[in-house]
Write a protein that binds this ligand. Structure first.
Ligand code: SF4
Length: 344
């Protein structure tokens, strides 16, 4: 089991639930835009959010952001140790630094001093794109782990062990192997993700394979699905990965692939149901099926199901038919059953 650490009011590691993390892509200097995005991410289920701090103005902006954010802020720092210190002083609850590009160890020591004072953890780690020269001769997986552990040793040298580690690669198999390996070498909490996973579809595929595999093996304390696009999808996908693995309670919508028997637009109705009931925090499975011929059988594992008929839907609950309803009535009927489920 990994060591438990605290990021603001969020506990990670140990036997705490896996936490969903994302990152803003607004200019941090623009605190209004950044807070706006953080609030959207929070509403979608994000529990920790990282913002990059490339300038002193961004570090100053953190003062307002951290005060008003509903979730702890993680500051992402490269090169300038003073920005890390300022970010902590301005309310960041965790910092992500790369001791390798912060400069001298003296500077790392200064960051450690302030992080200790504020009880703020530091994430260190390696990305496949930034393996130090002296480790390039190693196998990629070994190099990722060694690069991360090297950074850990620098922090430990100064008596600091409030650490989170990542060893991300943009390659799925490398990511899996690197995290499997590092999890046997350390008990610091692990932030897992595939780096530069790509646009929407590639990211879903790569992240689901890599994170799914690792989480199934109990590896990973915080997760990020990195997407080249709106970060709101990072949170939605992360949540679905966790629900699929039974690591988080929530709504699961199953839908048939449709065939010539289909009486309804399954895709449209599945999306409508998903959107309307996405905030449920209990395990409820809803089936959306194109017809009753195979539909009820195919959806019998679901709590609630609808199957298309000529003029509407058949609604079933726990595998038993309740009644037939028209299009305009069906969402309310589902809602009533969900309320009943949630109360139980
Ligand atoms: S539930 Fe009906 S419409 Fe959907 S795939 Fe099965 S047979 Fe076809």
């Amino acid at each position: 089991m990994t060591k438990e650490i605290l990021i603001g009011n969020v506990k990670i590691g140990g036997d705490n639930p896996v936490v969903i993390q994302s990152m803003t892509n607004t200019k941090t200097e623009d605190y209004m835009a950044t807070l706006n995005q953080i609030n959207q991410l929070f509403k979608a289920g994000c529990e920790l959010v990282r913002v990059s701090v490339p300038t002193i103005e961004a570090a100053e902006s953190l003062k307002v952001i951290t005060k008003n954010s509903p979730i702890p802020i993680i500051a992402d720092i490269h090169f300038d140790y003073k920005l890390a210190i300022k970010s902590i002083q301005n309310g960041a609850k965790k910092v992500r630094i790369n001791p390798g590009n912060i400069g001298s160890e003296e500077k790392v020591k200064e960051v450690v001093k302030v992080a200790k004072e504020y009880n703020v953890p530091i994430r260190v780690g390696a990305n496949s794109g930034s393996i130090p020269k002296e480790l390039e001769h190693l196998d990629k997986v070994d190099a990722l782990c060694e690069a991360a552990l090297k950074e850990v040793r620098i922090l430990e040298k100064y008596g600091f062990n409030n650490i989170v580690i990542s060893v991300k690669s943009s390659d799925v198999k490398e990511t899996i192997k690197a995290y499997e390996k590092i999890s046997t070498l350390t008990n610091y909490p692990l932030h897992i993700g595939v780096t530069e996973a790509g646009t929407y579809e590639w990211s879903i595929v790569k992240s689901s394979i890599a994170l799914g595999h690792l989480l199934y093996k109990n590896i990973g304390d915080t997760i990020r699905v990195s997407i080249a696009g709106d970060p709101i999808y990072e949170v939605i996908i992360a949540k679905k990965i966790l629900i699929s693995l039974g690591l988080r309670q929530g709504l699961e919508v199953i839908a048939c692939p449709t065939c010539s028997r289909t009486e309804i637009n399954v895709e449209k109705w599945a999306k409508l149901v998903e959107e309307r009931f996405s905030n449920i925090n209990k395990n409820i499975k809803i089936a959306i099926l194109g017809c009753v011929v195979n539909g009820i059988g195919e959806g019998k594992d679901a709590d609630i199901g609808i199957a298309g008929v000529k003029n509407g839907f058949v609604l079933f609950y726990k595998g038993k038919i309740i009644n037939e309803y028209k299009e305009e009535e069906i969402l309310e009927k589902i809602e009533a059953l969900i309320e009943q489920e949630v109360k139980e």
